[in-house]
Design a protein around this ligand. Sequence first.
Ligand SMILES: [Zn+2]
Length: 481
Amino acid sequence: MTDYEAVIGLEVHAELLTESKIFCGCSAKFGAAPNENTCPLCLALPGVLPVLNRRVVEFAIKAGLATHCAIAPLSRWARKNYFYPDLPKGYQISQYELPICLDGRIDIEVDGTTRPVRLTRIHMEEDTGKNIHDQHGDASLVDYNRCGVPLLEIVSEPDLRTPAEAGAYLRKLRQILQYLEVCDGNMEEGSFRCDANISVRPRGTAAFGTKAEVKNMNSFRAVEKAIEHEIERQIDLVRHGEKVVQETRLWDPDREETRSMRSKESAHDYRYFPDPDLLPLEVSRQWIADVQATMPELPDARRARFASAYGLPAYDAEVLTARKDIADYFETAVRAGGSAKAVSNWVMGDILRIVRERKLDEALVIRDWPVSPAHLAEMLTLIDDDTISGKIAKTVFEQMVATGKAPAAIVAEQGLSQVSDSGAIEAAIAAVLDANADKVAEYRAGKDKLFGFFVGQVMKATQGKANPGKVNELLKQRLAE
Ligand SMILES: [Zn+2]
């Protein structure tokens, strides 16, 4: 692979989190019964006219501002013509020669180096319906719920060179859209979809090779793998003096290879023309300024602030701001009284571990998580004021996850309070030392290592509830006598 390099450009389709569809009032929510969210307009019955959803434009402007795009004062709607059962009008309303956002940039970080990837454009369009094959014998069914759900198409320049860079770009783009709360970024449900344009050329040359487009990847891992395999396939062809064919290829996750789609589908002639039913879209400076005023803090800024304002290590700041919901959770717990580093440790340790174990990564909405930020802060206070030890806290935390109860209630119900009372600890120590007179003699004769054994025995005798600091202190006193 050293004498060739890959040239990769990505096209992302992001479904927008608007309540209603782009040109009608139907719900845009995922998961309804087939064809429940439809009306004469999105079913393309005769005599209907599209009415633009203002929120879609606002979401597009947000995405454009967050990725350093110029927002076009005038953009135009176009009809993209093709015939397929999931597209009842026979055309898709999209934008073509005048998109709403142009010339942007996303900064990606790979192997510790940050570099910009240019965006060609972001445009708005409507999604298509969904064909369902193989469920009713020979019949194919169509679900039009997704017809007219608003999409942003985000097109990068061919600035990416490796699968890792493509992965970093996609993660960063998804992170930005999630922070803006314009797209949930769920690749498995298809609300964040990626097509990759890939070509190879001898390293050091400027001309582009013939590109192939790869589709059908529904996870970040699949995107990286598909690109890797496609690069290898193309280099292999070129090395053997064969030609790369310009075509659309599908990623087959089971066989881990790309294969050619029917040529009929890759040979579209869309015959774009301006949509006569929709006026050109004018976006005033005032509208852009109004949207700008609603922009949230973006991932890079939040990461920098977490490091400086909370004194967190760079790694913590990175992990905690990877997702907006996790960053929000962290900040709410700190505001509820948890110390920043302690909250960070629990979020990065136990919480994200459980999230991973339950494979909640993609779908997790941390606000539905059973342990509220306030409860986490309350538990940290119980550790700080010596009500529970760090060790018992692990048990309490498991119970909090299982029941959603407040930590103080769990401690009270189950008698998990730490024993700091000297009398009780001294009694346990006395019992342990009496039962191990031989070891006490060895210790006093100089075998210091046995101290840990005595601590362990006392903790066991108190079911882990003795205050470890107190145990250490009182043991030392007794053994020195
Ligand atoms: Zn509708």
